[in-house]
Unconditional design. Structure first.
Length: 300
């Protein structure tokens, strides 16, 4: 009819108009504001890191006198001075941390995967009780057990060695990784186990040849988290490693701070940047496996 407005709506797959459907209007202003807020939040979070990078190139007397990221005077000597500032070259502490991290990664991958397979696929007495106890260890702070652990390791002569930190990983003491792998294994169809069992495979062969190759995302997630947490761990290394030749990078960085004298802040920030590079590279190259491992485990 004349004077009647056409109905507001879109069209379906056959070209017919659909009433009541209003096309969505794009709002560039809302998108710009959202991205601006995200950039601002990212800048606030990354500013301390950028400030530390800038301070690693400043002289000690200008680090806390200059505000912002502008460097008025560049001092390149912080890096070579920090490398040789302590009793041992900083490469020694990097090597100590690398040995410790490698042992913890191997321990967690081997022990936690075996424990997870037992909880997910085997049937044994007190399974539910042991599973609950395992989950309770996740909520148990390390400060509660550090004293009896120290006494035990001291009695067997393991203090000032890497064994108190590496050996517990070989005994599946990280309940978080066990739970993560259990959830991943439960997502694997049991038909694959049955098919392997028909071919004469036992539990060791099923675990090694069927389950383990499918657990790559969960294993990668465990390896990345273990690397980051062990590399960044300060408390445990400070308790058990008292000889400066056995210091990890975190304990070595603490040695730059002198509470009774003058602290070498420039060297501290320079070596802190060196210490962050392995963590940054581990996350950069492993984020694909990290996201995939988390997305395919506990969410389901």
């Amino acid at each position: 009819m004349l004077g009647q407005k056409p109905p507001v709506g879109g069209t379906d797959s056959k070209g017919r108009r659909v009433k009541g459907h209003k096309p969505k209007m794009r709002t560039p202003l809302r998108s710009v504001v959202k991205h601006a807020l995200l950039i601002l939040a990212a800048g606030v979070m990354i500013y301390p890191l950028l400030w530390m990078v800038a301070s690693s190139f400043r002289p000690n007397d200008l680090i806390f006198r200059e505000a912002g990221l502008v460097i008025s005077q560049v001092d390149w000597t912080n890096y070579p001075n920090g490398w040789d500032a302590l009793s041992e070259p900083f490469s020694k502490y990097l090597m100590n941390s690398a040995i410790l991290v490698l042992g913890c990664i191997i321990g967690n991958l081997v022990s936690c995967s075996m424990a997870a397979y037992a909880f997910a696929r085997l049937e044994f007495k007190f399974k539910k009780i042991m599973f609950v106890l395992m989950l309770m260890t996740i909520m148990l702070p390390i400060h509660v057990i550090i004293v009896p652990q120290y006494v035990m390791f001291s009695q067997i002569g393991w203090v000032n060695t890497f064994w108190p930190i590496i050996v517990p990983k070989l005994l599946a003491t990280d309940g978080f990784f066990i739970f993560l792998m259990i959830q991943f294994i439960r997502g694997i169809p049991k038909d694959m186990d049955e098919a392997a069992r028909i071919d004469g495979a036992g539990h060791p062969r099923i675990f090694l040849q069927v389950i383990l190759p499918l657990m790559v995302p969960a294993l990668a997630t465990t390896a990345i988290f273990t690397f980051i947490w062990t590399w960044s761990d300060f408390f445990t290394s400070l308790i058990y490693l008292t000889n400066p030749s056995n210091y990890t990078v975190q304990v070595a960085l603490n040695a730059f701070i002198d509470s009774t004298g003058e602290s070498n802040w420039g060297a501290l920030f320079a070596m802190s940047i060196v210490t962050l590079i392995p963590v940054f590279l581990a996350f950069l190259f492993g984020q694909k496996y990290l996201v995939k491992g988390i997305a395919t485990t506990g969410i389901k």
